[in-house]
Design a protein. Sequence first.
Length: 230
Amino acid sequence: MTTLILVRHGRTSANRDGILAGWTPGVQLDDKGIEQATAAGLRLQGIPLSGVVSSPLERTVETAELLVGDRDLDIALDPRIGECHYGDWTGRALKDLAKEPMWKVVQSQPSAAVFPGPDGESLRNMAHRAIDAVHHWNHQFGPDGIYVMVSHGDVIKAIVSNALGTHLDLFQRVHIDPCSISVIEYTATRPFAIHVNDTGSDLSRLIPTKKSRRGKSGDAVVGGGSGDGR
């Protein structure tokens, strides 16, 4: 079983002001974002991490560095979990984008959304590259690995939706706050969504014990189980 801990980057001034930052360079954490990332790092203390993977954008790298703290861990950068390329929408206010015809497509049929401009990307392609990255890093860290992936709201929503077996057209039903933690356990049979958009619960259950939480089979617990993850 490989455990993936998904963390959205902390708040930026673009988040605060309702601007779609995309791949705009120089977008960094604001004071609130630094506070959020520091708190998330404290929540992950005690969990034996195999590694940390980050989107290459400044705001995610800053978040990853605060999560790592004084641990002896390198941060691997993977552009496949970078923000969606929003094309001509990049840098614009969300309140103005909500008036665009494409906004309704993004909201109701994301799989058909292709952002305008030569650098615009489809949400479908964004989801494909992000899920491909997850499979790659699951293999790299192996069946006993526990690793953190620091990324962006839409990217994490796509990964969580995939783990739930939900079509991309329904991924807007998933909400991911800045520095929220979502946890997915990947077994040989299926993924299990353990936490989604979690901003405060105790994560100590992620610390491995002699008794496996899921066992080797990856079978779901019939009847709901005992509540301790077994």
